[in-house]
Design a protein around this ligand. Sequence first.
Ligand code: NAD
Length: 248
Amino acid sequence: MKTALVTGSARGIGLATTKLFLEEGWQVVMVDRDGEELLATAESLDNVHPIVADVSDPEAVADLFKEVEERFGGLDALVNNAGVADFGPIEETDFARWRRVMETNLDGVFLMSQEAIPALKKNKGSIVNIASISGLRASTLRVAYGTSKAAVIHLTKQQAAELGEYGIRANCVCPGPVRTKLAMAVHTQDIIDAYHDAIPLNRYGSEAEIGSVIVFLCSDKATYVTGQIVAADGGFESTGVGLPALRK
Ligand code: NAD
């Protein structure tokens, strides 16, 4: 049985991805810092192994990989999905706010991937990092969030360049807007309407529509795909239908 580790899997995109892996016959190590939600969710699923950990804490990450190695040996996929969103103007983004975003969204991806290398080497596994359309296109209020996600996009290419030697692939998925707890905390009705105007498919995506791209990239159907940045965003990034007046 193949083994995936999905961070931020207590809810949202990470949980949907976990369920899709299970449907494909994988077992999943579910990692989240929200212990209460993680353990309650994991209880209702078979073939999952929950570990409560903060991906931005180097010691916690080292400990969790000791547990993974003892229990599973190798790893077939690492999905760095845990993320936080905090939108605000540059002038109101103090260093503490900047660090809060960077430590999960960027440091977490670096730390988890670094510690996963021995386990990924064993199984010639792959990494999928979750960035965002905010990392592809700069926009207002995203100085910390957008910059962290742009860095994740580059980190993915760095990983693909260096880890290919070991047969380890690294790809990145950039979701467009999905109605998760993370998004709803920062998307006002105005933002929701504006996204509808700017997205060719004219709607938000679902968690499973992001998860299926992630699972595909980890699967045997994508064994020659590495270093790629895939936007699952209803067409937002690649198009210019953003002027509402032109759509009417
Ligand atoms: P969510 O808030 O529903 O879920 C995120 C999960 O990550 C939560 O369970 C949370 O406890 C966990 N988490 C956060 N920080 C952590 C840490 N340091 N250590 C361990 N666990 C941590 O969010 P979501 O919308 O499902 O987001 C998943 C990913 O998708 C994030 O990286 C996010 O930036 C990205 N994304 C989301 C959207 C969207 O519209 N929802 C759009 C683009 C990108």
